[in-house]
Design a protein around this ligand. Structure first.
Ligand SMILES: Cc1cc2nc3c(=O)[nH]c(=O)nc-3n(C[C@H](O)[C@H](O)[C@H](O)COP(=O)(O)OP(=O)(O)OC[C@H]3O[C@@H](n4cnc5c(N)ncnc54)[C@H](O)[C@@H]3O)c2cc1C
Length: 386
């Protein structure tokens, strides 16, 4: 099978790295353990107790590319040798004040500079909540009036989004804008659409993210396509299933509204596949960035490409997170598909919330964790026999 070549997938990992990765995935497959450890880590983190030593050679090394630019560039170079593109992300999620948001903008703008150092960095990404506060996005999404401070905050968000797009255009790098919780997403979508309209006239620079676990997203995609045809712009789509399933469920239950997320994985898969087909049939308008570790979804795309003679040089990217899905990343790039690895980096203390999120997401997507363990075990066994 295409994604089963573990020799290729793990050629950058030592035997020791593999054994460590196996233990990490085993630990994070326990929901109870992840929940207890996360709470403990957040507590220690809040009282400023340094626990970096616990993370440095374990989860940090597994899921982050480095603490600084230099270390991260080493990983980018390694991946380049296998024709894999990278996108780097300063993964600090520790934002409380307006100054933090300004600093975060600076960090995002500085990650564009990476692209000058290695031509295989062709994307930059940001999370909207690293450029603005959730409550402002939420009020704007609900069309609620903002007071003067709120208006100023929103104008700053617009300024920060625009600054990133302008930098992307100037440096000829593509910009991915992450999707977050449904209750703040309308505002993010409005901003992103207006920027796609402005910056994606000839080529795609700005990519929106569409979460196909949401019941309303297929219709959203169709409407976005209609708008693009009328207003004559191109659409970049990072297509994902969606990462906030438990949060969405809990909030809808607490506030008593219908959960916007499909109630079964099967429905999410169906909606994801439908969206992929819609996009692939309209590549004159769309650029697709398929962010998934789901092997079946990827098979569907490459089968569609081959059946319809779609060149691998078209704007169809496959993307996996650093530390996960290496069997997909390396085996796809070997076949000359465009593959992009997401490389989060930053000082350990600042990326701890990202790491906890990674652990929690892995716990809730148990199939993924067991697939990672199965592949690692297979490679350990293969190495023993050779
Ligand atoms: C490069 C990259 C970038 C990403 N960026 C974002 C982003 O910007 N925003 C974001 O929200 N997520 C993002 N994600 C995470 C993504 O949305 C998924 O959570 C994650 O990739 C797992 O989905 P999958 O397609 O890889 O695998 P799969 O294992 O096939 O799918 C798991 C996903 O299916 C859905 N699901 C699981 N159980 C159910 C259920 N019972 N009912 C309904 N749906 C269910 C959930 O979305 C779950 O995450 C990103 C992922 C990658 C790889």
């Amino acid at each position: 099978m295409l994604f089963d070549n573990t020799k290729r997938a793990f050629h950058l990992k030592t035997d020791f790295d593999l054994k460590k990765a196996l233990i990490i995935f085993k630990l994070i497959s326990s929901k109870r353990l992840v929940s207890i450890v996360s709470r403990l880590v957040y507590f220690l983190y809040k009282i400023n107790m340094s626990i970096n030593f616990l993370f440095k050679d374990t989860v940090f090394k597994q899921f982050c590319a480095g603490t600084n630019k230099q270390e991260t560039l080493e990983i980018v170079d390694q991946l380049s040798k296998s024709k894999i593109y990278s996108y780097v992300h300063y993964a600090s999620e520790n934002i409380k004040t307006d100054e933090d948001l300004d600093l975060s903008l600076k960090q995002i703008l500085s990650s564009f500079a990476f692209s000058k150092l290695n031509k295989n960095i062709s994307f930059v990404v940001f999370k909207p909540t690293s450029l603005g506060f959730s409550d402002i996005y939420q009020k704007h999404s609900l069309n609620k009036p903002l007071n003067s401070i709120g208006k100023e905050s929103f104008n700053k968000i617009k300024f920060r989004f625009e600054a990133c797009c302008k930098k992307a255009k100037d440096l000829k790098v593509k910009l991915l804008i992450d999707a977050e919780e449904s209750w703040i997403q309308d505002s993010i979508d409005n901003l992103t659409e207006s920027l796609m309209e402005k910056y994606n006239k000839k080529n795609v620079i700005v990519y929106t993210t569409i979460q196909m676990y949401r019941k309303d997203r297929y219709d959203y995609l169709i409407n976005l396509h209609k708008k693009a045809l009328i207003k004559k712009f191109k659409i970049g789509v990072k297509l994902v299933r969606g990462a906030y399933i438990e949060k969405e469920f809990n909030r809808s239950r607490l506030l008593g509204y219908e959960n916007p997320i499909y109630s079964t994985k099967k429905e999410t898969d169906k909606s994801f596949n439908k969206a992929v087909n819609f996009i692939l049939k309209r590549l004159e308008v769309f650029s697709l960035f398929l962010a998934t570790h789901n092997e079946k979804s990827i098979y569907n795309v490459i089968r569609f490409m081959s059946k319809n003679n779609i060149s691998k040089k078209r704007e169809i990217y496959f993307s996996q997170l650093y530390g996960m899905g290496d069997n997909i990343t390396f085996n796809l790039s070997h076949l000359n598909y465009k593959v992009v690895k997401y490389l989060p980096y930053g000082p350990i203390k600042d990326v701890i919330p990202y790491l906890i999120r990674r652990a929690e997401e892995n716990t809730s997507v148990s199939g993924q964790t067991s697939r990672e363990m199965e592949l690692i075990k297979k490679e350990i066994k293969r190495r023993k026999l050779n």
